[in-house]
Structure formats: structure tokens, C-alpha cells
Write a protein that binds this ligand. Sequence first.
Ligand SMILES: Nc1ncnc2c1ncn2[C@@H]1O[C@H](COP(=O)(O)OP(=O)(O)OP(=O)(O)O)[C@@H](O)[C@H]1O
Ligand SMILES: [Mg+2]
Length: 210
Amino acid sequence: MNKDVEAITAVLERYMSRVNARGLVARVLQERGLSEATLTREELVKCSPALRRGIELFVAPRMQHDALERFKEFFRSRSDSSSCRIDLKREADISAARSEARRLCENAGASAFSMQKVTTIVSELARNIVLYAQQGSIEVGFVNQSRSSQIVVTAIDNGPGIPNLDQIMGGRYQSRTGLGKGLLGTKRLADRFQITTGARGTSIVAEVVL
Ligand SMILES: Nc1ncnc2c1ncn2[C@@H]1O[C@H](COP(=O)(O)OP(=O)(O)OP(=O)(O)O)[C@@H](O)[C@H]1O
Ligand SMILES: [Mg+2]
């Protein structure tokens, strides 16, 4: 068996029967038209959300937490990048930032739900930078703590700042360029959210627990 496939199957077998573990891996590969013999690391990473769903479906509730922690650890220990930084200047950089964030989440074994949150946050913050600050950067990285792991998104620019931040975060802002709900939505999606803004620019940190 392919070494990575063998290793992930071994992780799964701790929490479900051998037959189910093998069946899950085989089905996930098959659905994606992937062959075990030629499977690359990147292809395996692409399978992480589906494998994770398998754990959520087939592992007994009292063992799920443990299983998911071990599962995330498996992907983290094999991933070559635990953070990435994208410079933002133009529209196309927004989708580049989004797909980098997605890749990082897959690498971290994140759930589809957390991945959706992270990619939405990245899109909103990247779009704001390109629209209102003209340029800046977004960094996405994991933070690993003993009891949980999270993805941290840091958006930084040297634009004009956001003077009416209180009004915006209070939901009393009428945007001329959009719905005016990007920052508020981002805050709601994040488990921790912090904005520092002034005449020299804006820096935003949003964290999502995986
Ligand atoms: N990085 C930034 N630098 C300067 N101003 C910003 C920045 N991000 C947001 N703003 C200001 O804050 C306002 C609110 O941003 P927010 O993302 O909440 O809504 P929006 O971009 O107007 O609309 P949308 O709902 O489409 O995101 C913007 O209209 C803009 O004036
Ligand atoms: Mg916006």
C-alpha cells in the first residue's frame, strides 16, 4: 500500500473497523478518480475534507474529538507549509488569496465548515484591501495549541484607515461600494477578531478554531 494511504488508514482504524477504514479511503479516492498507487501528497490533501466527513459519520460520538485531533495532526505533520502570505494589489490577487487559504485549510485537515469560514474571511478582507487601501497583504497560518488548533488570518495595509469603524461594527453604516456588511460578517464568522486602524493603515486579525 502507498505509505501515506497506509498511514491515514492506520489512523482511521483506531476509531473504526479495518473494513470501514479501508472502505472509506478507497471510496474517497475512487470518487475523485485517484489511484492509490500513484497518489501524491497534494492529492491526499485534497481528500482531507471528505475523509474528515467520514470520521464525523462513522466514529462514535465519544471518540470523535480524539479521532479528529489525530486526523488533523496527521495532515499537519505532513504539510510543508503552515503559513502563507499573499500580496494584494489587484482583483486577481483576491482569488489567489482565497485558494491559498483553502489549500492551507485542507493541509490542516479542517472541516468543510471551518474552511468555508476561513475562505470567506480571506475574500472579504482581501477585497477591502484592494478596493479601499489599494494594496496590502494577507497572511494565513495555523496556530497549534495543546487543546485546539486554529487558523489565523492577518490582513495588513497602509491605506487611509477606517475612521468610522464604530458605526460600521455597530451595523449603522450605509456603504456606497457594497453591502457594508463585510467586516461585520467577518467578525461574526471568526472566533476571535481584532481591528487596529488609523491614518497609517489597518491591521485585522481573525481567528477560526478548526
Ligand atoms: N482596509 C481598509 N482600508 C480602508 N477602509 C476600509 C478598509 N476595509 C473597509 N474599509 C471601509 O469600511 C467600510 C465597510 O467595509 P465592509 O467590508 O464592512 O463593507 P463594504 O466593503 O462597504 O461592503 P461589502 O459588504 O461588499 O464588503 C468600507 O465601505 C470602507 O469604507
Ligand atoms: Mg467589504
